[in-house]
Design a binder for this molecule. Structure first.
Ligand code: SF4
Ligand code: FES
Length: 370
């Protein structure tokens, strides 16, 4: 994209800072890449602080501190302080493991604005099995209690799949009882560790239909207490989601080693060149970075997207899913009924979506290749 066109691009709203890939949990749907970045390669405190200031200068408003488990970073308090100094709204995306009441209070003192707590299940048996960590559920509940005591705004992030989708109604009630102002019911998306676990996680069609009905019925009941964001499983849809709101349009991800990505799975796309915060200013990366401009706008599209009226709505869907299932990142997302590759998804639904669930492959360093 020429520079003048690039400058017409609006600034990003949000920065997702993947502080570390270290995590005590091992969820089989983790969106982290199969090759996890080692602790030794993580950015240091000062570099992250510089990135936060560059982000604020660029126009970013919200910072999401994520991982892995961000509490695995000993300097998390300092990072929150530096982010707040930069003027960013600071959200902590956490499993709760690795936090304590004292640490949470310290984070609030440093300026933490919001907590997003993941929920693997609403009972210890299922939650600990999904997370691959015995005792995790009880520790998470203790932290949820502290979040409520401190009056911190809370979002519950419940990833739903074959093994917990039937608990959706109870999950909504559970999140409301925790004091959540918002719940993100995100049906598992098949990237990172979720892709090799697809045959263990893909929900049944009947579960998906029931889940949609549960959400519709629940919205009015929770209208004044808790917002419900529902991300349905796209394999069962006729048209794709507008992944990332359109490539390079709203946010950036910085990985633990400083690589700047337009989305969490972008590194799976061969041929893209990614900049690192150690080498280039965030503003240059956003406007001029080759990876960010690769699929911006609609100029890269081929048919059927190129001549489709829905391209303004979904921007052709997800580039990473097109690569994973159609072998071409510039193809229409195979979820789309107009895509020549839609039969791939229909076959997956007819096989994996009907068969008994496979065993989990847990997210652990070296597990993918070992
Ligand atoms: Fe979206 Fe492309 Fe399908 Fe049209 S053809 S609905 S733009 S994915
Ligand atoms: Fe990369 Fe959708 S996850 S574009």
């Amino acid at each position: 994209m020429p520079r003048d066109a690039a400058l017409r691009q609006a600034p990003p709203i949000a920065l997702l800072a993947e502080l570390t890939h270290r995590c005590p949990l091992a969820c089989p749907y983790c969106s982290n890449p199969l090759d996890l970045i080692a602790r030794e390669a993580e950015l240091d405190t000062a570099t992250w602080a510089r990135v936060f200031h560059e982000a604020a200068d660029l126009g970013v408003l919200q910072l999401h501190l994520s991982g892995g488990e961000p509490a695995s970073r000993r300097d998390l308090e300092e990072l929150v302080r530096r982010a707040r100094d930069a003027g960013l709204y600071v959200n902590l995306i956490t499993s709760g493991i690795g936090l304590t009441a004292d640490r949470l209070r310290a984070l609030v003192d440093c300026g933490l604005d919001h907590v997003q707590l993941s929920l693997q299940g609403i009972r210890a048996d299922i939650a600990d099995r999904i997370g691959g960590y015995r005792g995790g559920f009880d520790r998470k509940m203790a932290i949820a209690g502290e979040v409520a005591r401190l009056g911190l705004p809370l979002t519950v992030n419940a990833v739903m799949h074959r093994h917990n989708m039937d608990d959706l109604e109870a999950t909504l009630a559970f999140a409301a009882d925790l004091g959540a102002r918002r719940i993100e019911v995100a049906c598992v998306q098949f990237y990172g560790w979720a892709l090799p676990n697809r045959s263990a996680l893909l929900p049944l069609r009947a579960q998906v239909d029931a889940a949609k009905a549960v959400v519709e019925a629940a919205r009015p009941r929770y209208a004044h207490r808790m917002a419900i964001d529902f991300v349905p499983p796209d394999y069962y849809a006729d048209f794709p989601k507008a992944c990332m709101g359109g490539w390079g349009s709203t946010g950036l991800n910085v990985t633990p080693d400083g690589t700047v990505l337009p989305c969490h799975a972008a590194a799976t796309i061969p041929g893209l060149v990614f900049d690192r915060v150690q080498d280039r200013n965030l503003q240059d990366i956003w406007y001029d970075g080759a990876a960010f401009n690769a699929f911006r706008g609609h100029g890269w599209m081929k048919d059927p997207c190129k001549s489709c009226a829905r391209r303004e709505l979904d921007h052709g869907g997800c580039r990473c899913q097109a690569l994973a299932l159609a072998g071409d990142a510039a193809a229409a997302d195979p979820v789309c009924r107009h895509s020549a590759h839609r039969p791939v998804i229909d076959r997956i639904i007819a096989t994996e979506g009907e068969a008994p669930a496979a065993d989990f492959i847990y997210r652990r360093a070296g597990a993918a290749s070992g």
